[in-house]
Design a protein around this ligand. Structure first.
Ligand code: BEZ
Length: 389
């Protein structure tokens, strides 16, 4: 008999006098969505949650034959509040599975809980490498990326363009640091060099002191990691400082993703690298974008794609275990064996449970992040230090 999840035991125990098969089919599957719904990453959290919800509705509101109940918690992108938010979902709410989050610091509390309590976790954004490197676990999966992946693609493209020296500008937390490492590795792969990293604390947006230093660095290009509200401000400030003509700006694709409207002319021509882009011409993507617009009245972006794919992955795992979220071994085997039919294009997971995916080169034009080439084909994160036990 497969292991029974904490919540399945509870449901079955409290209703022991009722017929078991009927309970198994009608008891809801509780899924905790821990995401930022306020602060600089609020729009990212909303996109993920809406697309997750849309996939659940496409499945008739059920996974593995059981009605799905979504419990939303606003994590505010605040690592200090993460442990109590996770405890609320696993304790008071008794969720069967966790989905979250956006911020690389906050996700660590989810990873720890998933490892300790054997609850499936699908990470629909946060790129913290540890989750699928040294802290990888059979219960932890990503529908997104590691911070290293898109930035590696960007660095590789710049080296091929003839850039010799570049700087990296970012927030001082795991996502900024790890994407800087990816950028450095990508540059190095083509004989170029990252010579300077400049940071501001997260989620600060006073970029002026940092921008003032850039012209004196002796670099040919500047790469950046910012996202959400901070990305809007940074791209506008960079243009307003008159830097665009002197030092071309590049980035992990989050720099211009989902924020082109408020960035306006300041973003025009900025090239970035990401595992999604506008104009990906496959039937799945075309259908997804139209459906998401009519479901949420929002334009699809990478965050929506990751939320949708998180729901697809959870459904695959739960269907294979007949809704028993505690059967981690079978849950993991099903997801690892699957090809996820994503709007970004089909992808599989690496042995450390991270998407192996093409990183596209995009250019911001007329309000779109148009795909203009391939930055890195079928790129896997190195998964260094991952041993599944
Ligand atoms: C992160 O913290 O991992 C992250 C946040 C926003 C966009 C991309 C990555």
């Amino acid at each position: 008999m497969p292991p029974i999840s904490r919540r399945s035991m509870l449901v079955q125990g409290t209703a022991a006098t009722l017929a078991m098969p009927a309970i198994a089919q009608t008891a809801s599957l509780k899924i905790g969505l821990m995401l930022p719904f306020s602060g600089t990453y609020a729009a990212l959290g909303e996109s993920i949650a809406s697309a997750f919800d849309m996939r659940v509705k496409e499945l008739g509101g059920k996974m593995a034959g059981r009605p799905v109940e979504l419990i939303r918690v606003d994590d505010e992108s605040d690592p200090a509040k993460a442990p109590s938010n996770v405890n609320r979902l696993l304790g008071r709410e008794q969720v069967d599975a966790l989905v979250g989050t956006v911020h690389s610091g906050v996700v660590m509390a989810l990873v720890q809980a998933s490892r300790e309590q054997q609850v499936p976790l699908i990470i629909p954004n946060a790129g913290n490498a540890a989750a699928t490197r040294e802290l990888c676990a059979p219960s932890v999966f990503r529908s997104s990326f590691t911070n290293w992946q898109p930035a590696y693609g960007m660095g590789k493209v710049l080296a091929a363009k003839g850039v010799k020296k570049a700087a990296w500008v970012t927030w001082a937390y795991a996502a900024g640091k790890e994407s800087g490492d990816g950028f450095a590795d990508g540059l190095k792969s083509g004989g170029a060099e990252l010579t300077k990293v400049l940071t501001v604390p997260f989620p600060e947006t006073n970029f002026q002191p940092l921008l003032a230093q850039l012209p004196g660095l002796g670099v040919d290009a500047v790469g950046a990691f910012f996202a959400g509200g901070g990305a809007i401000q940074f791209v506008k400030d960079y243009a307003a400082a008159g830097l665009r003509d002197k030092l071309p700006l590049y980035g992990s694709g989050f720099l211009t993703e989902g924020v082109l409207k408020p960035q306006g002319a300041a973003a025009e021509g900025v090239q970035t690298a990401l595992h999604y882009g506008d104009g990906i011409d496959n039937p799945k993507n075309i259908a997804f974008r139209a459906a998401f617009k009519s479901f949420s009245n929002r334009d699809a972006d990478v965050y929506a794609v990751q939320g949708y794919d998180a729901a697809q992955m959870l459904d695959i795992g739960l269907s294979a275990t007949k809704g028993n979220a505690g059967a981690i071994k079978d849950f993991a085997a099903a997801i690892l064996a699957a090809t996820i039919d994503s709007p970004r294009g089909p992808f599989t997971l690496s042995p450390s449970h991270n998407p192996v995916q093409t990183i596209w080169l995009r250019e911001a034009k007329n309000g779109e992040n148009r795909v203009i080439g391939v930055a890195a084909e079928k790129l896997a994160d190195p998964g260094t230090g991952c041993t599944m036990t």
